[in-house]
Ligand binder design. Sequence first.
Ligand SMILES: Cc1cc2nc3c(=O)[nH]c(=O)nc-3n(C[C@H](O)[C@H](O)[C@H](O)COP(=O)(O)O)c2cc1C
Length: 173
Amino acid sequence: MKFGIILGSTREGRVSPQVGAYIKEIADKREGHEFEIVDVAEYNLPFMGTATPNTKWNEKINELDGYIFVAQEYNHGMAASMKNAIDSARDEWFNKAAGIVSYGSAGGVRASEQIRLVLGEQKVADVRTNPAFNLFTDFENFTTFKPGEHMEPGINDMLDELILWSEAFKTIR
Ligand SMILES: Cc1cc2nc3c(=O)[nH]c(=O)nc-3n(C[C@H](O)[C@H](O)[C@H](O)COP(=O)(O)O)c2cc1C
């Protein structure tokens, strides 16, 4: 199966590429599955409804069997770019599973919980385990990602749950 590791932030100086690369490194150890970085910034998505949609985004979301959202927290919520990316597709998301990996000063879990709420409407089933990185302890100067080894089991739990549910969902699509 093919999974997308979705980088939700687009701001200059963002750290999401570092977090996504680390998740990919661990996920790539899973034989028989493909994991690719899907960078929202590369799609230049217009705010939904304000310009011609970028259908490449819809094609990419459609071709994937499941997702890992790399979620950052801004003002106690998900990034606007993440919400817009989720809103910019519809049926392409349906009947798939997702894991969420978050970061922020409190692990980014407030952003994760918002994403869960929104995914329900897009018929995406989010798995329980949410590895949550802390800006104070898993980053140097809040910019260089240095995750503790203790985070790895949680990432593997999330991957186990995601693969299991994605296999199940494949049978009903
Ligand atoms: C405008 C703004 C608001 C933020 N608000 C929060 C917040 O409410 N809670 C939190 O934990 N971190 C907050 N942060 C810190 C971000 O989570 C942190 O900068 C993170 O690296 C952002 O992800 P990015 O680097 O991928 O853009 C905020 C950062 C910005 C720029």
